[in-house]
Design a protein around this ligand. Structure first.
Ligand code: GRF
Length: 202
């Protein structure tokens, strides 16, 4: 399975996918595209000989034209799957529709709780005793697509957003490669009724 990864920053989730690929998972990341020119994830890709591209959203007059250029860049690699890995852009419905059923995102919360930003701070302020991360198919609703897999972590006394984020991030690096592997194995798809369908056991 050919994969294109979209990033904006550190790319630790990208790194987890690279590691899984190198350990023999049945997918190949063909390219890494970033909207941020300085994203460290680009360096991670280069170290592994992967193609990289930067499409700086500041160079485009509006969201639709950026997304159109992004889709053209992605389609140049003809991927079977596109993964958002710390990609901090809201995508247009046209873009999402174009990749329906083959576009994942990872979000640092137990969706549907805490869509959007600052999820760890919000969980702490709410006094939650549990938090986590979710891998979901991307639909037009921001952080609202059908959830495929979640990881739960305890919230501990003395946690601050940074400590909690680090605990969640470790689990992100487990569940994202798991879901991409399921998809690469042909076990996972998005049904016509918008529900994820996984064949076999988790
Ligand atoms: C992570 O919290 C991830 O959940 C969110 O972006 C943050 C950074 O991800 N999508 P990464 O280290 O750039 O993969």
């Amino acid at each position: 399975l050919s994969v294109v990864a979209l990033i904006s920053g550190s790319g630790s989730n990208l790194q987890a996918l690279i590691d899984a690929q190198e350990q023999g998972a049945p997918f190949r990341i063909r390219a890494v595209i970033s909207n941020e020119p300085e994203a460290f994830g680009l360096e991670r890709a280069r170290r592994h000989g992967m193609a990289t591209a930067v499409l700086n959203h500041r160079d485009y007059p509006d969201r639709a034209s950026f997304d159109a250029a992004l889709a053209a860049a992605i389609d140049g690699y003809d991927p079977g799957l596109v993964v958002l890995a710390g990609f901090m852009r809201i995508l247009t419905p046209a873009f999402v529709e174009h990749y329906r059923g083959r576009l994942f995102n990872i979000h640092p919360s137990l969706l549907p709780k805490y869509q959007g930003l600052h999820t760890h701070k919000r969980a702490l302020e709410a006094g939650d005793t549990e938090h986590g991360a979710s891998v979901h198919f991307v639909t037009a609703e921001l952080d609202g697509g059908p959830v495929v897999l979640q990881a739960r972590v305890p919230v501990r006394p003395g946690d601050d957003p940074g400590i909690l984020a680090a605990r969640v991030l470790k689990q992100e690096h487990v569940i994202y490669p798991t879901v991409v592997r399921w998809f690469a194995e042909g076990r996972l798809r998005l049904d016509a009724d918008g529900r994820p369908n996984l064949d076999g056991e988790v």
